[in-house]
Design a protein around this ligand. Structure first.
Ligand SMILES: O=C(O)CCC(=O)C(=O)O
Ligand SMILES: [Fe+2]
Length: 318
């Protein structure tokens, strides 16, 4: 009987799950409705979420108040190994990075997460814990669409460039003096840069799952390999301006309990610092990524000094 029944069901019905997806902008971003995130999602639901992420680059889920730290981690583990931030201490007993507006956690410049590591995270999952009454939106940009928007001759140039990324990037360049004088910001910066971590990445990486080409830039870039910082600045401005064109972005108005998931290999993001002294807290897990490779197949290179790397390893074991 079961053989007869199953022969009437389309073969793919057992493997595919239809998500309720509401696109939020023309070139990036979609809200997924009707899913309760957890570490025990049905494999076909998880598979559908993963496919949607590769397509839309950032996904939003409202109403996930049931997630606590442990459940956010359990959901994160479905994607791969959770990696703590290399220099900012995790929340007690977890692998979560907490960004608290009262302690300098305001990521208001364009970046891809942790690109000063050679194998930077593939995916980040952010949960809204405390959200201000107004302001504090986050904006994501599609770095694949940005690459595709370049004229062919600029693409050909970008394909050959490599950039040095470091955790000691020029914070002052985009912050107002008032921001920098703030005690919390200073302390956050000191912790963030307590060990110099550096990596060289191709400016154009080939996405290991989609094969798409994307721009690997953002605020951790220090300069282009083989170019003066002066020339690097000009060339980088041309490329970066294609990343954050408004047509290429999506902006999310947070509510407490929302979750955003982004493909960190295909996006940059910017947390808008327009909420004054209102309180804002978000918590993030990041999923281990692989070493990027460029259009010519050449991989990224770890430039972190061996002594620093050894100290990192010793710390991880301790
Ligand atoms: O605060 C936010 O909305 C985003 C912060 C950020 O850059 C991150 O979580 O990676
Ligand atoms: Fe970030």
């Amino acid at each position: 009987m079961s053989a007869m029944l199953s022969s009437t069901i389309p073969a793919q019905a057992a493997h595919h799950h239809e998500l309720d997806i509401v696109r939020q902008a023309g070139h990036i971003g979609a809200e997924v409705r009707g899913v309760r995130l957890s570490g025990s999602l049905q494999p076909e639901v998880f598979g559908a979420i993963k496919a949607a992420l590769l397509k839309h680059k950032v996904l939003f889920f409202r109403g996930q108040q049931h997630l606590d730290d442990a459940q956010q981690e359990a959901f994160g583990r479905l994607w791969g190994e959770l990696v703590p931030h290399p220099t900012v201490p995790s929340r007690d007993g977890t692998r979560l990075l907490e960004l608290d507006s009262r302690h300098g956690g305001r990521a208001n410049s364009w970046h891809t997460d942790v690109t000063f590591e050679v194998a930077y995270p593939q995916v980040s999952i952010l949960r809204a814990v405390v959200i201000p009454a107004y302001g504090g939106d986050t904006v994501w940009a599609n770095t694949v669409a940005a690459y595709e928007s370049l004229p062919d001759d600029v693409k050909a140039l970008a394909d050959r460039l490599r950039a040095i990324h470091g955790n000691d990037y020029d914070y002052a360049a985009t912050r107002s003096p008032a921001d920098l004088d703030e005690e919390g910001t200073k302390r956050y910066r000191d912790v963030f840069t307590r060990r110099l971590l550096e990596a060289e990445h191709p400016v154009v990486r080939v996405h290991p799952e989609t094969g798409e080409r994307s721009l690997v830039l953002g605020h951790f870039v220090k300069r282009l390999a083989g170019h003066s910082t002066h020339d690097s600045g000009h060339l980088l401005n041309v490329l970066q301006s294609h990343v954050h064109r408004l047509e290429n972005t999506v902006r999310w108005r947070w509510a407490q309990g929302d979750v955003a998931i982004w493909d960190n290999r295909a996006t940059q993001h910017y947390a808008i610092n327009d909420y004054g002294d209102q309180h804002r807290v978000v918590r993030r897990v990041t999923i281990a990524g692989d070493v990027p490779y460029g259009v010519d197949g050449a991989k990224s290179v770890d430039l972190t000094a061996p002594a620093v790397r050894a100290a990192e390893a010793a710390r991880a074991v301790a």
